[in-house]
Design a protein around this ligand. Structure first.
Ligand code: HEC
Ligand code: HEC
Length: 464
């Protein structure tokens, strides 16, 4: 055997071995580049854009402030069980399987800011669960922001570790019913103290606040929309995702502007999201009849669905829709103009609607999953949207119950708040439609349908 032949045999032998052990010998495929959307998702789960305000030890101690009998139950529980109880109390969820950090204790709604410190992220309000399933981009209808903030501040006060800013922060209301927040007024507050480049300017006057709570819309709507927010006031753009970063003095305007590329990727992620599919049985015949009725009665405002679906981005005058108008009136033309003149709106090159005059008829993709309904989250099920006269005055949801008959939250319905829930933590578990900004009236458009037709439309809404 010549030496060349020997080498050839050796090479053949190597190939045989290589084919048996593909991972060691065969050529490795180059690692796939993350797409911008994947990077956006990773940034949301890993990047602390706001300073951490508490750490794991603080979080694990909060149960000591809970009321009885919960406190005694927590005391006897294992650490894991106690954390589950804390997640449930504050409206936090585990990260979905496979998500970055799913093997850590960090919930979807907070990121690891190093050394066990917790920094809030966008999923605090924009990542929640329905029927027990966690879905990033679903509004977090459980988030108990005020309860969590009050309890960690009390904990830190008792430990002597509270700082000045946290004391100042404690006067700004965060939200009076779990799942909804005063986010629109934070937006006003953070812009009011900054110039058009988003730098601090202490000479600016403090505006008047109309505190009220809003229910966030699902993120998978974004790709359908050309205007954002309940009043359709701002054009859809990645910079519109950034006001939340202004809510700490530690983020200078320059710093916030330097995150623009991150937010282009976060925008790509948000635009890549698809609505979740209804997980239960649907009566196809009934839904088919509902589709025809929907297209006659609802589509002029809400658009059409399916492959050729068209969404008209319609802003409906408040007099016509008739839902609670506090959200609309809370923002003045001057406040809209501040936004328009700032970096967020390209110094006025992108126009803002300074006097929107109504609310956007939202896309209804994935509507089965996004209860409660309307911009203030006042209506617990789609059946109640279709039956305005039957909407509950006071209601409380169960944690994970899903009402398949009425399509939406499983609730307990009341005429009055119970005596045990007149203030604080317990009160925020109830939604009282008689309080400021929380009215459940209006949107009487379904009234032209018969009872039978409403049943069909309800079935069709499950398919979107
Ligand atoms: C404290 C809760 C909260 C946090 C945290 C929060 N948002 Fe929101 N977000 C809201 C609420 C409430 C609205 C609805 C406001 C309105 O319509 O008036 C909203 C609206 C939006 C919208 C417009 C959606 C639409 O369809 O009109 C986008 C996009 C958005 N938020 C992105 C973000 C991003 C990105 C972050 C993180 C940087 C973030 N939000 C953090 C509560 C929050
Ligand atoms: C004239 C326009 C118009 C018509 C017609 C109309 N809607 Fe609406 N709809 C709106 C507006 C505006 C809102 C937002 C109200 C608010 O948030 O305060 C809305 C909200 C909703 C919501 C809640 C959306 C959410 O994400 O919370 C549902 C569900 C809904 N409409 C279903 C229907 C159905 C079903 C029909 C037909 C029977 C219908 N609408 C007809 C304008 C309309």
């Amino acid at each position: 055997m010549t030496w060349t032949r020997r080498i050839a045999d050796f090479a053949t032998a190597l190939l045989v071995v290589a084919s048996l052990c593909p991972t060691t010998f065969a050529q490795q495929p180059a690692p796939r580049e993350e797409t911008p959307a994947e990077r956006g998702y990773r940034l949301l789960l890993t990047q602390p854009y706001l300073p951490a305000v508490f750490d794991t030890d603080d979080f694990d101690s909060l149960w000591k402030l809970w009321e009885e009998p919960l406190k005694s139950r927590a005391e006897k529980a294992s650490i894991e069980e106690r954390r589950r109880m804390a997640f449930s109390r504050y409206g936090l969820t585990p990260r979905p399987t496979g998500a970055k950090g799913a093997d850590t204790i960090f919930p979807l709604q907070y990121v690891d800011a190093g050394q066990g410190r917790w920094a809030i992220n966008c999923f605090a309000c924009h990542g929640g669960k329905v029927n027990g399933k966690v879905i990033p981009g679903l509004p977090n209808s459980h988030f108990a922001f005020q309860t969590l903030a009050d309890e960690y501040r009390r904990h830190k006060f008792l430990n002597g570790t509270i700082d000045r800013l946290e004391v100042i922060g404690s006067v700004f209301p965060l939200g009076n019913s779990n799942g909804t927040t005063n986010a629109v007024m934070f937006g006003v507050a953070v812009l009011a103290v900054r110039d058009e480049h988003l730098e601090f300017d202490s000479s600016l006057p403090i505006p008047k606040f109309t505190h009220h709570d809003v229910d966030p819309p699902p993120w998978w709507h974004l790709k359908r929309k050309s205007w954002l927010y309940a009043d359709g006031s701002s054009q859809t753009d990645h910079r519109a995702l950034m006001p939340f970063l202004l809510s700490t003095p530690q983020n200078s305007g320059e710093r916030v502007r330097s995150w623009e590329k991150d937010f282009q990727e976060i925008y790509a992620y948000i635009r890549s999201l698809e609505p979740p599919k209804y997980p239960f049985k649907i009566d196809a015949d009934l839904a088919g009849r509902g589709k025809v009725l929907f297209e006659k009665t609802c589509a002029s405002c809400h658009g059409t669905y399916g492959p050729k679906g068209k969404y008209p981005n319609k802003l409906v005058p408040i007099e016509q829709v008739g839902t609670d108008r506090v959200r609309l009136d809370a923002l003045t033309a001057e406040q809209h103009l501040r936004y328009e003149r700032s970096w967020l709106s390209y110094y006025g090159r992108q126009k803002v609607r300074t006097n929107p005059g109504g609310y956007v008829a939202q896309p209804l993709d994935g509507i089965w999953a996004t209860a409660p309904y309307f911009h203030n989250g006042s209506v617990p099920t789609l059946w109640h949207v279709l039956h305005p006269e039957e909407r509950p005055v006071v209601w409380r949801r169960s944690e994970d119950g899903y009402d398949r008959q009425r399509v939406g939250l499983e609730i307990e319905e009341l005429k009055e708040l119970p005596d045990t829930a007149k203030s604080g933590v317990q009160k925020r578990q109830y939604f009282d439609t008689r309080t400021f900004g929380k009215g459940a009236a209006g949107h009487l458009f379904p009234s032209e349908l018969t009872e039978d037709e409403k049943r069909a439309v309800l079935e069709y809404l499950k398919t979107l």
